[in-house]
Write a protein that binds this ligand. Structure first.
Ligand code: SF4
Length: 410
């Protein structure tokens, strides 16, 4: 198939496809699916070998958010029966983080619900990062606290954060349909603030909210242009008690096509399968590893994932290996861009404003040279059969780990 040969050749060179080519990936048929996975898998292995980076979520503050993001179980007015608690103490968060690191996670993601942090919240997170790094100095820390005000990204960077997560979620055109309390431009601004402060930018999307193929392609190209180092691909978890509870729009095949498209547009960027992996990919999860080079270990913020040991077994059984603490995630040329970005921020110039397309790479370890190269094919029925129904059998609320007395899943 000419399309896949072209995309593979571009991806192996680190080049980005055209919008039309990205749309064509989403329009391939189920008969072509394994060819699509194989083609994008070559690109994945070119830049990331067979490594899988494990990330571990610690929900520092859960529920009771004043924002109204329709997809979120923590939103204003959510009736989802999730855990609700205010800030974990540093030692509680560090204990949860330790479980993830012991399970093989290289990065800990510290997340708090809310519109954005106060300066007091930055102090709390600073104390929490210190407690985590005291126990494990090598662990990467990504912070996710919502919209940032001036100088907060710099404070987080100075306190030892490696990365900041803030997802664009969907296209600029449809953003107003999913959230009214802040804008797409607000989100872009925060990603730029984080990037400009020398933090590695982690920013991704949510698929399955009723968006079009064009919307998906728009947001993925926007993330590429923003210089996101890590692109989490979430598949909507339709929580009972939220406005999108009946939005079952995804099939495993659709999810794989989306992951392949994201990989082709971001050949040398960390692509992470995030929330909804178990719910939507189900028994097809191992094929997702041929496309993404990163997943979350264990549970999500407010929902359960499969057992951490099952994640590890899946990686091994599929012929992949967990990325070690001493290994850099991004390929060497991206790490070089990261160094330039840090230097720019150190001299007071925002990387995003000086045309740098990259971001900070993960600290510690040595950059990988690209892995060995492999040499280098109409829309399917993509709607889930359960469209329009609640699926409480698939969506399990997290009732263990952070914020509870029960052991975390890692
Ligand atoms: S701001 Fe974050 S926590 Fe609050 S409703 Fe939106 S996604 Fe959920």
């Amino acid at each position: 198939m000419d399309l896949l040969d072209t995309l593979t050749a571009k991806g192996l060179r680190g080049e980005v496809p055209t919008r039309e080519e990205a749309l064509a990936v989403l329009a391939t048929t189920d008969d072509e699916l394994l060819d699509v996975v194989a083609a994008a898998g070559k690109v994945r292995r070119r830049w990331f070998g067979r490594r899988v980076k494990l990330n571990y979520l610690v929900n520092l503050k859960s529920g009771l958010c004043p924002e109204d993001c329709n997809y979120c179980s923590q939103r204003l007015g959510s009736k989802a029966e999730i855990l609700k608690y205010t800030w974990l103490k540093p030692d509680q968060a560090a204990e949860a983080a330790r479980a993830g690191v012991a399970g093989g996670a290289k990065r800990v993601c510290l997340v708090a619900s809310g519109r954005g942090p106060t300066d007091r919240d930055i102090d709390r997170v600073t104390d929490t990062m210190a407690a985590i790094q005291e126990a494990d100095p090598e662990v990467e820390i990504c912070v996710c606290l919502g919209l940032l005000s001036d100088n907060q990204a710099e404070r987080l960077k100075a306190a030892g954060a490696d990365a900041y997560n803030h997802n664009l979620n969907t296209s600029e055109n449809t953003y107003g349909d999913i959230t009214t309390t802040h804008t797409y431009a607000d989100r872009v601004d925060t990603v730029k603030k984080a990037h400009g402060a020398g933090l590695s930018a982690c920013s991704g999307l949510i698929a399955g909210m009723g968006e079009s193929d064009e919307d998906l392609v728009d947001v993925v190209f926007a993330l590429r242009e923003l210089g996101s180092d890590s692109v989490p691909v979430n598949f909507l978890i339709p929580f009972e008690g939220t406005p999108l509870a009946k939005e079952w729009n995804l099939t495993p095949q659709r999810c794989l096509r989306i992951l392949a498209m994201v990989r082709f547009v971001n050949p040398d960027t960390e692509v992470r399968i995030a929330g909804g992996r178990e719910v939507h990919l189900r028994s097809m999860q191992p094929l997702g590893l041929h496309l993404a080079n990163s997943i979350f270990l264990g549970d999500y913020l407010t929902s359960e994932g499969q057992a951490g040991q099952t994640d590890l077994d899946m990686i091994k059984d599929a012929g992949f290996e967990v990325e070690g603490a001493g290994e850099a995630t991004l390929p060497r040329h991206r790490a070089d861009v990261a160094a330039a970005s840090s230097a720019a921020s150190a001299c007071g110039t925002a990387a995003s404003a000086c045309g740098s397309g990259g971001g900070c790479g993960p600290c510690g370890g040595h950059a990988h040279a690209p892995a060995s190269e492999d040499t280098p094919a109409s829309a399917a029925e993509d709607t889930d059969a359960s469209d329009g129904e609640l699926r409480s059998d698939l969506v399990k609320v997290r009732l263990r780990g952070a914020g509870t007395e029960l052991a975390p899943n890692a």
